[in-house]
Ligand binder design. Structure first.
Ligand SMILES: [Cu+2]
Length: 327
């Protein structure tokens, strides 16, 4: 039901001859008002968000990958906020301006005039196409740019870091735990992920059984752990701090409890820890299968239940540590 409140002069608005012309002249250009309000609000909210909230957006800045991810999230949000504001501004404007109870409000008009507006349609298609295509290009660029996206890139990464010395850390997933093997420190294994700060790390992620996913949240590394695959993910640590590792691929009954913790520590603390752990676990390390890029549990295997995949040795840059990898 519509209510005719009449215009300011008390004339009924539904009288096309008497009121139609007068109203057309008095009616403000609503669309341009909405656009102006939206533009001003967006120009205020976007920088406020980017500079005040942006630095706190997950996953933080602990590594180069985390920094890149935070930047990407911020760009997405800077683009998304004006879209959100556009909806809210229109809704608020419509509620205030065109509410039925407003004295002198113009009567909602249906019919041909409300059915289509070429400018709005073309504008909508052009703007949404531009946003989507820009994001596709931006996303693709960010995936392959020099800091990567923190995802596993398979055994032949599409980009490699330029650091002279890269610390290799093998991440071994199995139902339902992660262990970390340090091939350049005698190949010892640890339940805790400890890495040095200001260092480029090459995570070599693999699995002994089903598909897991190594997600080190604060490091912004998320790489699938596939059996018989060496999935490489690089990042460079910027800050010390705690790391939570979770499996992010449904991998069986206790998937939910497949998590552990780690730390980014000073280079000195890392070397102390690595050498101490190497010495303390030496007896156990001897019982482990020799270091390999992947391991296949096999009760009848020729190498004590595991066999290495005979893949080439390390790249010459992955030499951080006291020793070359055991072969
Ligand atoms: Cu898992």
């Amino acid at each position: 039901m519509t209510v005719d409140n009449g215009d300011a002069a008390g004339q009924p608005l539904t009288n096309p001859d008497a009121a139609g012309h007068r109203r057309a002249a008095a009616e403000p250009r609503h669309m341009w008002r909405i656009v102006a309000i939206w533009a001003v609000l967006s120009a205020i909210v976007d920088p406020l968000f980017y500079f005040l909230v942006g630095p706190h957006v997950p996953p933080g800045t602990m590594t180069s990958a985390a920094e890149e991810n935070q930047f990407d999230f911020n760009i997405l949000l800077v683009i998304a906020l004006p879209v959100l504001l556009g909806v809210w501004v229109y809704m608020a404007y419509a509620l205030i301006t065109w509410r039925a109870s407003r004295k002198g409000a113009p009567e909602p008009v249906g019919g041909a005039g409300a059915r289509s507006n070429l400018g709005v349609q073309v504008g909508w298609i052009v703007i949404t196409s531009f946003v989507v295509l820009f994001l596709a290009g931006f996303g693709t660029f960010e995936l392959i740019t020099t800091n990567g996206a923190g995802g596993g890139e398979g055994p032949n990464p599409i980009w490699t870091p330029t650091s002279a010395s890269i610390l290799p850390v093998q991440v071994i997933g199995q139902q339902w735990k992660f262990t970390y093997r340090y091939p350049t420190f005698g190949g010892f294994e640890s339940q805790q992920l400890i890495v040095p700060v200001n260092t480029t790390i090459a995570f070599h992620v693999t699995s002994l059984d089903v598909i897991h996913s190594f997600w080190a949240y604060q490091l912004s590394i998320k790489a699938d752990a596939n059996p018989q695959q060496d999935n490489v993910a690089y990042t460079t640590t910027n800050e010390t701090g705690s790391v939570t590792v979770r499996c992010s691929e449904l991998c069986g009954l206790w998937h939910g409890s497949m998590f552990n913790y780690g730390k980014v520590v000073s280079k000195t603390a890392f070397l102390v820890w690595a050498k101490a752990t190497e010495a303390a676990t030496a007896a156990n390390t001897k019982l482990l299968p020799p270091f390999a890029w992947t391991y296949v549990p096999d009760a009848n295997g020729a190498d004590g239940g595991y066999y290495p995949d005979n893949v080439v040795p390390y790249s010459p840059s992955e030499v951080y540590g006291a020793k070359q990898p055991a072969s």
